[in-house]
Ligand binder design. Sequence first.
Ligand SMILES: NC(=O)c1ccc[n+]([C@@H]2O[C@H](COP(=O)([O-])OP(=O)(O)OC[C@H]3O[C@@H](n4cnc5c(N)ncnc54)[C@H](OP(=O)(O)O)[C@@H]3O)[C@@H](O)[C@H]2O)c1
Length: 290
Amino acid sequence: MLTVAELPRPTPGPGQILVRVAASAVNPVDLEVRSGSHAENVGHGFPMVLGWDLSGVVEECGTGVDRFAAGDRVVAMSAQMATGVGTHAQYVALDADLAAKAPRTAELRDAAALPLAGLTAHQALEALAPQDGGTLLVTGATGAVGGFAVQLAVARGLKVLAYGRPGDADRLHALGAHEAYSDERPVPPGAADSLLETAGLPGSIAGVRDGGNAVSIVPTAPPVAERGIDVRMSFVEQDGERLAQLSALVDEGVLTLRVAETFPLAEVGEAHRRLAAGGSRGKLLVSPWD
Ligand SMILES: NC(=O)c1ccc[n+]([C@@H]2O[C@H](COP(=O)([O-])OP(=O)(O)OC[C@H]3O[C@@H](n4cnc5c(N)ncnc54)[C@H](OP(=O)(O)O)[C@@H]3O)[C@@H](O)[C@H]2O)c1
C-alpha cells in the first residue's frame, strides 16, 4: 500500500543537509521494496518512506557541513532500503557526503533522474573495467541504467552494441550506440569483448567472445558463466563525489536526462504502475509539491 502521510519536517543532524525536494524518481527497487520482496534486507520496518533519488535545494545545513550552503541546488542518492530514509517527501535530511551539486544546465526537477541510475551505470562499468577501444554489449540499453551506460561507454571510446526492444534503434543510436540490436536483430555470437547486463536477458552472454567478461546488475537473472567468461554482479553504492562527476558530465552534454513523466506525490501509485508496465523510455518522477 502507498499512502500520503503527514510527518514532522526532519532536522539535519551533524554532517547532514536538509533538502527541500524538487523531485524524486521511481526506480525498480521501489516496486520491490513496496511489494515486500526485500523484506529480509529492509533495515527499517514498514511503514516507511520510499524513494532513493532526489533533486532539490539545500534548506539548512547541520553542524560540520562546509561543502554546501543554504540555497545550493543538489542531487543525492539515499540507500533507502538500508537506512529507511526515503526521498518521496517534501523535505529530506541526509548525510552531505551523499549529495552533489545538481547539473547547472538541467531543470532541477529533471536532475532527479540522475543519481541511482547514473551511479549504477558508472559503478557497473568500473567493475567491468573494459579495455580501451574494446567492444561492449549493453542490454536494456534504452532503460535508465542502460542508457547512461551506453553514453558513458561511448564517451570512454568503446564501441557500443546496444540491445533494446524492436523499434528502439533510433533511440539507441541517439544515445551514441554504434549498433542497435533486439529480439528481431540478434547480436552475432561473440561480437563483444564485454557485457553489461541490465535487462536480465537469458542468453545475452552468447554475444560475448570466449574469455571476455560480463557484469550484471540484475541479481534475479544473472548470466551463467561459459567459455571462460568472467561473470560478476555489481550493486550500486551511494557516492557524492562520483555523483558530482556525473553531474558535470550532464553539463558537458555527455549524459542526457531522459524524463518520461512527472507525477504529483499523491499519484505515486500510478508512477509505480507505469514503471511496472514497462515501455516508459525515460524516468518517472514524483513531485512532492504539486
Ligand atoms: N544492482 C543494482 O545495484 C541495481 C541498480 C539499479 C537497477 N538495478 C536493476 O537493474 C534493472 C534495470 O534497472 P533500470 O532502472 O534501468 O530499469 P528500466 O529503466 O526499466 O530499464 C530496463 C530496460 O530493459 C528493457 N528490457 C527488459 N526486457 C527486455 C527484453 N526482453 N528485450 C529488450 N529490452 C528489455 C526494458 O524495456 P521495457 O521498458 O520495454 O520493458 C527497459 O528499457 C532492474 O532489474 C533493476 O532492479 C540494479
